[in-house]
Write a protein that binds this ligand. Structure first.
Ligand code: PLP
Length: 373
């Protein structure tokens, strides 16, 4: 039996360079400790307005329905799907990693008729492949993962979006790992729904899921003939709490997590998106140079590599768990192992948000070199 603890929590200090969560900046951590107010307190309602406005800037959108769902990235995924899909609706999902697979699972659970198109882990979809499937299947919704955290591949969106819309479908994208680290241009790319998480390039603890819906997506929700299958994630109620006249109670928002997100968003925008993307890019280049000097090879082609998630092949004869264990126990550095078919074959090295620094790159390379000797 686990004994009753007699001391406060005292987690070890880590450098979080895995697939997320990433390092949280001190000001975001401090915001978590600010006094909790009520979820209908005018102070908090105003803070929610500001969170929404800053999320619009981050998502590069004017979408009025943009907010932070109470829950992690997967709650954002479920929110988008459950609100846009009614039982029997056709949904096409691109599966080229773990998270496309999760999207298909979620859509199936909510009664959609799901068809998947598939690519090997580490590859992305061509416009032709998606266009062909959309023409054939005529889905209501197409779901793609912009930044596949399980593989480190970046799915190009703009051209595909055009092909999806040419056939009258809506486009949903997973931006859990991309938001705040590379451009996510919801309006420019004509994306109908997108979700993210707080614990990657926003460098907040896990716990909220930013989402945004286009006017067309909102119209589709308003035209539903069935109730949204999840009470908690039903945007027709949640949006009345986040905006409008009534600001009616729906659920008790995680107040302090919203303080943290507010702080993280303000920091990201103070840095400027352009500078933030450039920082992620430069630190990725630094890491890549060092990894290549150590003889490691990337698992995905250079043209589609994510700067914030570097998936590299584990060298022949090197034991995955021994190295990751040493990095953690001797150097305090967390990196991720491979997922799905990449388990035991790749390491996933994150350079996300506050963890994307030159000093982390150098620290990691020195530690890895030591572990590989
Ligand atoms: N989608 C992607 C691309 C992710 O990387 C993750 C988490 O790593 C998720 C969805 C799910 O998010 P969460 O674990 O916060 O529920």
């Amino acid at each position: 039996m686990v004994e009753r603890p007699n001391s406060p929590v005292c987690p070890p200090r880590r450098v979080l360079m895995g697939p997320g969560p990433s390092d949280v900046s001190p000001s975001v951590l401090a915001a978590l400790g600010a006094p909790t107010v009520g979820h209908l307190d005018p102070y908090f309602l105003n803070l929610m307005d500001e969170v929404q406005q800053m999320l619009r800037e981050l998502f590069q959108t004017e979408n009025s329905l943009t907010l932070a769902v109470s829950g992690t990235g997967s709650a954002g995924m479920e929110t988008c799907i459950v609100n846009l899909v009614e039982p029997g609706d056709r949904v096409l999902i691109g599966v080229n990693g773990v998270f496309g697979g999760r999207m298909a699972d979620v859509a199936t659970r909510y009664g959609a008729e799901v068809r998947t198109i598939e690519r090997s882990f580490g590859e992305v979809f061509s416009t032709e492949k998606v266009a062909e499937a959309v023409r054939e299947f005529q889905p209501k919704l197409v779901g793609l993962v912009h930044a596949e955290t399980s593989t480190g591949a970046c799915q190009p969106i703009p051209e595909i979006s055009k092909a999806v819309h040419d056939q009258g479908a809506m486009l949903l994208i997973d931006c859990v790992t991309s938001l705040g680290g590379i451009p996510v241009e919801i309006d420019e790319w004509n994306v109908d729904a997108a979700y993210s998480g707080t614990q990657k390039c926003l460098s907040c603890p896990p716990g909220l899921a930013p989402v945004t819906f286009s006017k067309r997506a909102v119209e589709a929700m308003d035209a539903r003939s069935s109730k949204v299958a999840s009470w908690y994630l039903d945007m027709s109620m949640v949006r009345n709490y986040w905006s409008g006249q009534s600001r009616a109670y729906h659920h008790t928002a995680p107040i302090n997590m919203n303080y943290a997100l507010h702080t993280a968003l303000r920091e990201a925008l103070d840095e400027s998106l352009e500078a933030r993307f450039e920082r992620h890019h430069q630190n990725h280049l630094g890491l890549r140079a060092g990894l290549e000097a150590l003889g490691l090879k990337y698992a995905v082609d250079e043209s589609i590599r994510l700067p914030m998630l570097n998936a590299v092949l584990i060298p022949e004869g090197v034991d995955d768990k021994t190295v990751r264990g040493r990095l953690l126990n001797e150097f305090g550095i967390e990196i991720g192992g491979g997922l799905g078919p990449m388990a035991g074959k790749t390491w996933r090295i994150g350079l996300m948000g506050a963890a994307s620094t030159t000093s982390n790159v150098l620290l990691f390379l020195a530690a890895l070199e030591n572990c590989l000797q």
